[in-house]
Design a protein around this ligand. Structure first.
Ligand SMILES: Nc1ncnc2c1ncn2[C@@H]1O[C@H](COP(=O)(O)OP(=O)(O)O)[C@@H](O)[C@H]1O
Ligand SMILES: [Mg+2]
Length: 355
């Protein structure tokens, strides 16, 4: 797949930037905006004016090649946020910049091209065309773009194979399971060969095991494709597993942005602590985050070692036999070590029972 006409030559900022984006739903959003800026809460604005605050002054930088997760409860503004990126929604205030281009300044023609060529989307309810075969569903975006039939079917077949659905090209969507249908949705988005992928609760409708399989598949694909993926979920565990960075939304406002472990180890407020409390921290925290780093020169080799991307749960069993477990980099060099005490400290940190 060629991306030669992609990022090259464009400015080297974030792939997607939201700057002070506020969205208020209702007939007189500017009046409600004034109240919001005067310090009223979403609930107060709604009680006083009947207007709904969808987003409240959201600023985010989403770097190229990242999976950036926006996590929040239902109604927190996640879909509103993602729909600003391809301008399915215009903000009440603020700006959206994609690859250095201001989305709000695009003409209708530019916007149409932008949507067809620069951004692909995967929806929660799959959004497949029921009367088309899997092959034609996956080729659909390319058809809209005017790609000749032979070429688009060739590309579609390639991506159907990549997501593990070879043999289903002629099937209709209803003949497939939910997980398979979402693989079609993913293949259709990937066939667009865009640098940016938007996924709005794409896995939320699936059973846990199927969902976990698709998460793994997405991570595997991303390791090869290196796209910028804006991934929306209401599931904190999913956010931790998938995200390079996570932004937590509540009432349309960003509560915290950070790497998954930053959020688990240092939740910014009581709302985020509530999510963190239910998380399997042993799985969320990597040993490299809490390890004692090897000092210059002195490398006290440990008898037992784990790779740097191991998680606390991977290292725990070793403490039955070893006081220290070494942490090694990809070349097998020991870069640090952890003790049971360090692991327990990290895991116990935000337990509600420990002061
Ligand atoms: N078209 C709309 N008109 C009025 N209110 C809306 C509209 N779309 C969303 N909202 C409201 O904006 C808030 C955020 O909604 P949404 O972005 O769909 O949340 P999420 O995707 O996180 O569940 C909610 O309070 C919702 O009721
Ligand atoms: Mg939503």
């Amino acid at each position: 797949m060629s991306a030669a006409d992609g990022a090259d030559g464009r400015m080297d900022g974030p792939a997607i930037a939201l700057r002070g984006v506020t969205k208020i739903f209702g007939p007189d959003p500017q009046a409600a905006l004034a109240l919001l800026r005067a310090g009223r809460s979403k609930a107060e604005v709604q009680a006083e004016t009947g207007h709904v605050v969808g987003l409240d002054d959201v600023s985010l930088d989403i770097d190229k090649g990242q999976i950036f997760v926006v996590m929040g409860l239902s109604g927190s503004g996640k879909s509103t946020l993602i729909r600003h990126v391809n301008r399915l929604i215009d903000p009440t205030a603020g700006e959206i910049v994609v690859d250095g281009e201001e989305v709000l300044k695009m003409s209708l023609a530019q916007l149409r091209t932008f949507r067809r060529t620069r951004i692909a989307m995967v929806f929660q309810r799959f959004g497949l065309l029921p009367h088309r075969s899997v092959l034609d569903n996956v080729a659909y975006g390319l058809e809209v773009r005017g790609v000749p039939r032979a070429r688009r079917l060739e590309v579609a077949a390639h991506w159907i194979g990549t997501v593990g659905l070879s043999g289903y090209e002629r099937s209709r969507p209803r003949q497939l399971s939910g997980g398979q249908q979402q693989r079609v949705g993913l293949a259709r988005a990937l066939a667009m060969d865009t640098d940016i992928l938007l996924m709005d609760e794409a896995f939320s409708a699936l059973d846990p095991l199927i969902r976990s399989g698709l998460q793994d598949q997405l991570l595997e694909l991303q390791a090869a494709l290196n796209k910028t993926i804006l991934f929306i979920t209401h599931d904190f565990d999913e956010a931790l597993k998938i995200g390079n960075r996570i932004a937590v939304l509540k009432d349309g406002a960003v509560q915290q942005v950070g790497r998954p472990e930053e959020i688990v180890l240092n939740p910014a407020n009581a709302h985020i602590e509530e999510f963190v409390r239910d998380v399997n921290k042993a799985r969320a925290i990597h040993v490299r985050t809490i390890m004692e780093r090897a000092g210059e020169g002195e490398a006290e080799a440990c008898a037992m070692t784990v790779p740097a991307d191991a998680r606390c749960e991977d290292v725990l069993p070793h403490f039955a036999q070893h006081q220290w477990v070494g942490v090694v980099d990809a070349e097998g060099r020991q870069v640090g070590r952890v003790s049971a005490r360090q692991v327990i400290k990290a895991l116990a940190r935000y337990s509600p029972d420990v002061p």
